[in-house]
Design a protein around this ligand. Sequence first.
Ligand SMILES: [Zn+2]
Ligand SMILES: [Zn+2]
Length: 200
Amino acid sequence: MVGDEASALLVEAQRCLEETRFEDAKVAVESAYSLEPESGKVRDLYQQILMADGVRTSQKARDLRRDEIRALNKRERSSYRDGPMVEAAFQKALKSFDKILSTNPTNAKAMMLKAGVLDRMDRHGRRDEVVRLFEKALEIHPGNEELLYARERIVRPCRHCGQSGVCPECRGAGEISALLVRSRCPVCKGSGICSRCGLF
Ligand SMILES: [Zn+2]
Ligand SMILES: [Zn+2]
């Protein structure tokens, strides 16, 4: 059973979701969770909304990164470093997945998506963390195909992009220019991400 106050917050969270007010949905469900952290109903919606938030925020981080790369000239692109806005968006996504995992440490999807974010943030620097996360996830869910597939793509060396994770054709800009005409990169379809290993 969920008490009146938490119930009202769940209804509010649902309504915000329907109206695509995602930040408000998150605030409402987090309040419900702080009131009744043991309620199954609250926990389900809490995890669902945080999952969506993490996915959306990491997508935003990638879009911001692509825009920043696009704003550089070609010679500067290979030495690109994430700006503070990109960094903050990735951290926010990580926080959402960590919150899910502190509520439910066996949530395979949250572990997999967290690994994807770490990989996107810094493929070399966070590699050990990514490998450990997949090890742990597969210990809890042995043989889980989605996890195995994600690990294969993320952890195995990629010959296509030289382990940068960035589309080698456009160097992450998502567009190419020829004869002063800019067009969408045909290899990554504008995402700026390596189409072989870029899973998320
Ligand atoms: Zn690649
Ligand atoms: Zn490309």
